[in-house]
Write a protein that binds this ligand. Structure first.
Ligand SMILES: *[C@@H]1O[C@H](CO)[C@@H](O)[C@H](O)[C@H]1NC(C)=O
Ligand SMILES: *[C@@H]1O[C@H](CO)[C@@H](O)[C@H](O)[C@H]1NC(C)=O
Ligand SMILES: *[C@@H]1O[C@H](CO)[C@@H](O)[C@H](O)[C@H]1NC(C)=O
Ligand SMILES: *[C@@H]1O[C@H](CO)[C@@H](O)[C@H](O)[C@H]1NC(C)=O
Length: 468
């Protein structure tokens, strides 16, 4: 016979009410006793930590909000409840009466990742009456608990593990646009998302509500190249709802972030002169043909391109939209031999789209440039100018076969001769034959492929400062 007893009192109770007529007088009684539960009114909560995490930056305190998994058993090992059967953590405040007294006490001092057995007498559990059909009255309870998450509703974000770059001339302010990489995990280390898995940075304005409040705050005051861990309580993250599958409700989020670059939409090209030659009497201006070397990279040092790879300079006409606006800015007012460091914001660079496989969208560009050579341009609007006085008899001079009209070949030969003899100058940096073709078409008013003296005069009278 097994007698299931619970508590020391029960044994006597049972003996008193034993049906006397079944047990003959003077019988020797044998009790085969299985002790199911035992407690003392003096008992408190017992906590027994059987796994301690390697780091513990914070322990549960009164009024904290926690998420944990548990298996609840009676003292004899009978399972009466488990959070695992519901496939979600049990989420609650601690120490303010949301829980049975034994749990309110037993969870205090726990670290995220810690595992504990919390044992309590019925007075700190469900008392005389128990709870439903699973927890009998006067039952001691044993909870096997693992703490997964912990925060306090008063918490702000916390910033830890800060790694600062060697130099930091500027920190983000609200309204800046930031490109950063991140790894996102929960407090217990469960990974939920990473920008690296998409091979591209996360790009956003900061301080304007485009990202969760905690991240908006964590991205203020950062330097390019900085790394930090931003821990975000749920009320500044995804709240009680979470995001469905990836982020559980009421979860604290831990983001390891790395700032790749940032800029402000009002930024201009930042120009730092790194070497100025002693002699500099002809600074570059619009229209000049410039030859320069560059090393281009991103703010994180990733090299994009360099003229040194091709062993030749890059040549452009300033102000002719041959390079991004930031580079135009950076090459102005520069002397041959001068070196500059340019930081070009994306709106003056390759914009939101970038350049496929070379420049990421919205990337800030860094150029180190050196002006190697320059050829002065013509005054604005001119593609050809005379260095000397213009011959009074231009038409006749051009019309070498004297047939009273100037054909394209005569025109071209004539202009090229003036250029070669130093009497005239074509705008540098363009194909001379294309310029001359244009000049010819300009004079050839009726478009018949030849210029008559009348056409020539007309054009010259109309626009005395034009090309011829
Ligand atoms: C509870 O039981 C489940 C299933 O047996 C087990 O995986 C888990 O480790 C146990 N303990 C806790 C604290 O959840
Ligand atoms: C990211 O880049 C790596 C290496 O270049 C490549 O193997 C991977 O497929 C890329 N992933 C995505 C999502 O583009
Ligand atoms: C994110 O995780 C990857 C892989 O573990 C690591 O290489 C990278 O440095 C991490 N990034 C940050 C910002 O912590
Ligand atoms: C570009 O890089 C090369 C190699 O590191 C260096 O020799 C050169 O001076 C750099 N050019 C400029 C303009 O900074």
């Amino acid at each position: 016979m097994y007698i299931f007893i619970s508590g020391s009192i029960s044994l006597f109770t049972l003996l008193l009410f034993s049906p006397g007529d079944i047990i003959p007088p003077d019988s020797i009684l044998h009790f085969d006793v299985l002790l199911l539960d035992v407690w003392n009114p003096e008992d408190g909560v017992q906590s027994n930590t059987y796994h301690t995490p390697s780091t513990c930056s914070r322990k549960v305190e009164v009024s904290d909000y926690v998420r944990y998994h548990y298996n609840g058993t009676l003292l004899d090992g009978t399972l009466f409840d488990s959070s695992h059967t519901r496939l979600r953590t049990y989420d609650t405040y601690v120490g303010i009466g949301w829980l049975i007294a034994g749990m309110d006490q037993g969870l205090l001092g726990m670290c995220v990742g810690e595992k504990r057995i919390i044992t309590m007498p019925p007075s700190l559990g469900y008392g005389e009456n128990g709870d439903g059909s699973d927890i009998p009255g006067q039952a001691s309870l044993v909870f096997d608990v693992v703490l997964l998450d912990l925060h306090n509703p008063r918490d702000g974000i916390t910033v830890t593990n800060q790694f600062m770059p060697e130099s930091c001339t500027r920190k983000t302010v609200a309204g800046d646009f930031v490109r950063y990489h991140y790894n996102g995990s929960l407090l217990d280390g469960t990974f939920f998302d990473s920008s690296y898995s998409r091979n591209r940075t996360y790009d956003t304005y900061v301080g304007r509500g485009y990202v969760i409040a905690g991240m908006d705050e964590g991205l203020i005051g950062v330097c390019v190249g900085e790394k930090r861990t931003v821990t975000i309580p749920p009320h500044l993250g995804y709240g009680e709802e979470g995001t469905g599958s990836k982020i559980p409700g009421s979860a604290v989020l831990v983001f390891d972030i790395h700032i790749i670059d940032f800029h402000n939409p009002s930024d201009k090209t930042e120009i730092t002169v790194t070497h100025k030659p002693e002699e500099c009497d002809k600074p570059t201006k619009k229209g000049d043909f410039v030859k320069y070397h560059y090393n281009a990279s991103l703010m994180d040092g990733t090299s994009i391109d360099s003229t040194y790879n091709y062993a030749k300079t890059y040549n452009i006409v300033l102000g002719a939209n041959q390079v991004v606006p930031g580079m135009e800015d950076g090459l102005m007012d520069m002397c041959v031999g001068e070196k500059r460091h340019l930081v070009i914001p994306p709106h003056l660079g390759y914009g939101e789209r970038g350049v496929t496989d070379e420049v990421p969208g919205s990337a800030v560009l860094v150029f180190d440039i050196e002006l190697v050579e320059m050829e002065e341009g013509l005054p604005e609007g001119y593609m050809f100018i005379w260095n000397d006085e213009v011959s009074p008899d231009l038409f006749t001079e051009m019309d070498t076969d004297q047939n009273k009209q100037v054909e394209p070949s005569e025109f071209t030969d004539y202009i090229m001769r003036q250029v070669n003899e130093g009497k005239g100058r074509l705008a540098p940096g363009f194909d001379p034959y294309r310029i001359i073709d244009n000049m010819f078409s300009n004079q050839d008013r009726d478009g018949d492929g030849k210029i008559t003296e009348a056409e020539f005069k007309l054009k010259a009278d109309e626009a005395p400062h034009d090309e011829l």
